[in-house]
Ligand binder design. Structure first.
Ligand SMILES: [Zn+2]
Length: 314
């Protein structure tokens, strides 16, 4: 399997007043990618500027950051043509790799705008090199800039940052030297969501599980779904008895703690996410925690309750 390390640059409206701004807030203007083979050795590069069809003025920040001008972009190719060529360059057996979680979402949103065949009918699996760097080199929750990672790893800074091909090339150099063990920590893009219960995602990693639900019409509907609110051990699949029932400190996140008689205490966290078309879906993570962590969560629940009570009496 090859690794396609992809980086995109996009432009956006200066005013937000264009009729397209809601559908396609970010117009892709530069595609850069490096192909690594199975052994993570570079075997090819792709670079293409896109001729803008929506935003004909450079956004002030974008222009300064990426040093691209409209006159350069006018020489680019139409988006659909470029993406078709790019996807055929990618080949058949590959996984996308990007620095951070945004690029694949924007690629799919731009493709949708042009009514192109979707990348996939189901959520796209990819490697977020920014996350893999954090897992390999720092506290796994940390998110650093590309330049920070290059400095950290003592890699040479021989090309300017913030152009699609140069950033793809830096991300590819980082990916090529990360330890093999971190590559199992794949990410899942949610531009396309599971359509049915069967398609829902249950991804088990070395120290946690991630579940991504199908779409629901509202938060209430989601929070009544049996699978969404279930508290199962991800190792033995038992339905666990809750020690702390679901509660939400802020109306967005929900927490629960349950005990597996064999594997121990497990924390569940639900994040309710809104989609572009007004529906919601749920990302639920489950992981093992200590007794002390459990007490911390019980305290958080108590605080949320007091806060709620105080609000009521005011
Ligand atoms: Zn268990």
């Amino acid at each position: 399997m090859n690794y396609i390390v992809l980086d995109l640059e996009w432009n956006q409206s200066n005013t937000g007043k264009e009729p397209e701004a809601g559908q396609i807030p970010f117009e892709i203007i530069d595609i850069g990618a490096v192909k690594l083979d199975d052994g993570r050795k570079p075997v090819g590069e792709y670079n293409q500027l896109i001729r803008p069809a929506i935003y004909h003025q450079m956004h002030r920040v974008t222009g300064d950051l990426i040093h691209l001008h409209m006159k350069d972009l006018k020489k680019g190719r139409p988006f659909e043509e470029a993406v078709r060529e790019f996807l055929s360059w990618c080949g058949e057996d590959f996984i996308f790799c990007t620095w951070g979680p945004l690029d694949l979402f924007e690629l799919q949103r731009n493709m949708h705008y042009y009514h192109m065949t979707p990348l996939s009918a189901t959520p796209v699996k990819f490697l977020d090199v920014q996350k893999l760097f954090a897992i390999a080199c720092e506290d796994s929750k940390q998110r650093r800039s590309l330049e920070y990672a290059i400095d950290f790893l003592n890699l040479e800074k021989d090309i300017p940052f913030h152009r699609a091909l140069s950033d793809a090339s830096y991300a590819a150099r980082i990916l090529s030297i990360l330890p093999q063990r971190v590559l199992s920590h794949f990410s899942i893009d949610t531009y396309v969501l599971p359509r049915t219960r069967q398609e829902e995602i249950h991804a088990v990693f070395s120290d946690y599980k991630k579940y991504i639900s199908r779409e629901f019409s509202s938060k209430q509907e989601a929070m009544e779904d049996q699978e969404v609110i279930s508290t199962k051990c991800y190792l033995c699949h038992r339905n666990l008895r809750k020690k702390i029932r679901w509660f939400s400190p802020n109306g967005k996140h929900y927490y629960s703690v349950a005990l597996c008689p064999v594997h121990g205490m497990m924390k569940f966290k639900i994040r309710v996410r809104k989609t572009e078309h007004g529906t919601v879906y749920v990302v639920k993570t489950s992981k093992f925690i200590s007794e002390e962590d459990c007490r911390g969560i019980a305290q958080k629940k108590e605080q949320a309750r007091e806060h709620h009570r105080a609000k009521k009496t005011c």
